[in-house]
Structures are given as C-alpha cells and as structure tokens.
Ligand binder design. Structure first.
Ligand SMILES: Cc1ncc(COP(=O)(O)O)c(C=O)c1O
Length: 414
C-alpha cells in the first residue's frame, strides 16, 4: 500500500505507549492529562439528559447546524465576556474538542514546509495535529514567565513568513507556567508588527489556584489576528468532546467550512446537554470545587517532590492547571530511566519530556500530572520516584538553564 506522503509524519506517540502501561494495577501513572473523574458532575448531567431525552425534545438527536447550537454559542460568548474577553455568539465556532481547533487552524494556514512558531516545549497534541500538514517549526524557549518574547522577536526576524504563533499562555502543557501580562502585550505587538496570526490555546485557563488571571491574548488583540481556543474538557468532562474557538469573521467562517468538511457538526446531544447544564446549574461553583481539589493536590505533589527528590532535580510551580515540569541534570535521559527504572522498579510513570519539543528534543525533562491521581497515590508514587532518582542522579550536576532555578521558587509567579 502506498500511503500519502503526509503519513511519514504521522507516528504513534509516547502518550499512546504510556497508556499501554495502564494495564499494570500496581503502577501509579502521572502520565495522562486527565481531569479527576470523581469530580464529574454526574447527577447534574443525568438530570439534564433525563430532561432532554423526552419525545418532545427529540431534536437533540437530530442533525444540527455546523457552527454549533445557537443556545450553546450564546452561552459560551456570555462566559467569555464574563472572563474579560469581548465576544458575541456569532464569533463562536463550537468544536469537537479543542483538539479539532488545532487541526482546523493548521489546515486553514499551512502548506507543506510553512513555518509554525511554537513554544519550546509545546503541547504534544498540537504537534500531532499539525504533523499531517507537513510544517516546519521555529521554536521559542520558555522560562517561568512563559514564552520568552524577546526570543520570539528574534525568531520572527528570522522567519518573517511564519504562518502562526501557537501558544498555551495559561498553565501551560507541559510546563505548568503562565505567561506574564507584559509578555502577552509584547507578543501581540510583535504579531502586529510581523502580520502573523496567533493561536491562543486555553483549556486550563479557568483552573487557576490563586490570584487573578492575566487577560487573554484575544482581549488584547486589536487587529483580529488571535484565534482563541478553549474546551469543556477540563471544566466539565472530556468525554463530551466539546470545545470552541473564537475568531474574526473572515477566519471563523473559513474554519466553519473546514469543520463542515471534517465532521459536519459536533454531537447534538452533547451540545444540548452542555447548554442545558450551563443554563440550569452553577458551573462556577463546579469550577471552584475543581480549583480547590486540584490546588490541594498541587500542594501535596510539590511538597512531596521537595521532600523526597534530589536537589539536582528542579520543578516548576504551577499556579493552576494539571501539570508540573521536572528538569533533571543534563545527561539524564528520562525516557530511558522510565523504561529501565521508574516503571519496572518504582512502578511509576510520567511523560518523558523529549516528546514535547518540536525540533530539538531535550531528554532531561518530564511532565507530571497531579489532577487525576488520588492523594495517597501522589505521596506514594512521588516518594518511590524520589528514592529511585536519588540512586540515579546523585552524581550529576544540574545545568539546564531555563528551568533550573525553579526548585527554589515556592511562591506563585505573578
Ligand atoms: C494545551 C491543550 N490544548 C488542547 C487540548 C485538547 O483538549 P480537548 O480536545 O479535550 O478539548 C489539550 C488536552 O489535553 C491541551 O492540553
């Protein structure tokens, strides 16, 4: 069989391999990016579905418009406005998960060889979505304030024809860090200067544990060049497969045509149930509960890391979201360590960091999730990992500059 050329870029991911470990009942996995399923609002969603699945509401199982149910688009716009981003229902395109937005935006903009600017490291699922479009990448290193925008300026100077900048400004996946407001302003300034589109991906934005979130890039945009992407996966349930994007009419209409080509529409029942949930129940109270539980888990994980890991391993301090990011001494290969020690001996899994780098994989990192694992397993798993790391890294000095200083950072960055 001769497959299309793009298939040479489509490969199994480390995440898929990781999910295969799920079979071992003793293994504690910090690998997935899953929300805690014990927090899904099952009773409320059951009530909503009971009400919807009556003969007089049978249109909830019918085809619907491609852009999404009007009631849901209006409720999403209302929520965005409440969060400080001016939005009308017409600006919203409902998606089958935020992941679909990554696919559609790449299809809209990227011909083979075109450059996408991504953070270094970046969200693996974005690299997976972009790969079939056969892009080139230019990368911008990150630190504890998010994407380094002065490096972005250099990258734009070297790649003035870049098609778009992809960023996860709030509680970044995989590093957990948040972009400062000054950098957000500068990023928009640079995007205007170089006439480049920005894809702002914000599935974790509402999961903020302390302080006030910096404004969205969309709210700072004055030229209609930000496509804002978000999702119900982390604030409601990923199995609904519902996300959304907002964009200027010129862009949104074309993305709507691509969505029509891809899957006709998102599931009517999921859209109707989500709209009814938003109307009839208190999602803000639900999100507040998620914040409280995840904050406690973050605290427990960070404390256990600080107590049990060797000093030569650094971590970020996430002020929201689901992840912290580990930096091991240079020369340490976290994928090999996971395969040879962490999984077979310590019975602990994480996502090896190399997979999150678009161009130049750095093997001495790992992404660790704190949301999906019960508290007692956080302590047990992190302690076991710490013991194994003590044996492995005692001799190695820490030299990875960007994230190396973060272990000492006990307080949130602004
Ligand atoms: C940064 C980021 N973007 C997008 C997604 C896609 O999520 P979904 O398709 O479930 O909305 C995820 C999921 O983990 C993510 O971490």
């Amino acid at each position: 069989m001769i497959f299309a050329r793009r298939m040479s870029r489509v490969r199994p991911s480390a995440i898929r391999e990781l999910l295969a470990h799920g079979a071992d009942p003793d293994l504690i996995s910090f690998g997935g990016g899953y929300p805690d399923q014990r927090l899904f609002p099952l009773d409320d969603l059951r009530a909503v579905l009971d009400d919807l699945l009556r003969p007089e509401r049978s249109q909830v199982l019918q085809y619907a418009t491609s852009e999404g149910l009007p009631a849901l688009r209006a409720l999403i716009a209302e929520r965005m406005r409440a969060g400080g981003t001016p939005t009308s229902a017409d600006d919203v395109l409902v998606l089958s998960g935020g992941q679909q937005g990554l696919d559609l935006v790449a299809k809209l903009l990227v011909d083979p060889g075109d450059t996408i600017i991504v953070e270094d490291p970046t969200f693996l699922g974005a690299l997976i979505a972009f790969a079939p479009l056969e892009p080139s990448y230019a990368t911008v290193r990150m630190d504890e304030q998010g994407m380094d925008v002065e490096r972005l300026a250099e990258v734009l100077r070297a790649n003035p024809d870049a098609k778009f900048i992809y960023t996860v400004p709030d509680f970044h996946n995989p590093t957990g860090v948040t972009m400062s407001i000054e950098r957000r302003r500068r990023l928009i300034e640079l995007a205007n200067e170089y006439d480049v589109l920005v894809l702002e991906d914000t599935p974790y934005r509402e999961l903020c544990f302390e302080g006030v979130q910096a404004p969205t890039l969309a709210s700072l945009d004055t030229e209609g060049r930000v496509v804002h992407l978000s999702s119900f996966s982390k604030i409601l349930a990923p199995g609904l497969r519902l996300g959304w994007l907002t964009a200027s009419p010129e862009i949104r209409e074309r993305l709507g045509l691509l969505k029509l080509a891809a899957d006709t529409q998102s599931g009517t029942l999921a859209m109707a149930a989500t709209a009814a949930y938003l109307k009839g129940f208190d999602i803000d109270a639900h999100v507040q509960r998620l914040r409280d539980v995840y904050r406690a888990k973050r605290d427990l994980m960070i404390r256990t890391i600080d107590e049990t890991f060797p000093d030569t391993v650094a971590r970020t301090y996430p002020t929201g979201g689901l992840f912290t990011w580990l930096t091991f001494p240079e020369g340490f290969d976290s994928a090999r360590f996971m395969a040879e020690v962490a999984v077979p001996e310590a019975k602990v899994a994480y996502v090896p960091g190399a997979t999150f780098f678009a161009v130049d994989p750095r093997p001495n990192h790992a992404r660790v999730n704190f949301s999906s694992v019960p508290e007692e397993q956080i302590v047990a798993g992190i302690t076991r990992l710490g013991e194994a790391l003590h044996r492995a890294v005692a001799e190695i000095r820490l030299v990875d500059a960007d994230f190396a200083t973060l272990t000492s950072q006990k307080e949130p960055v602004a």
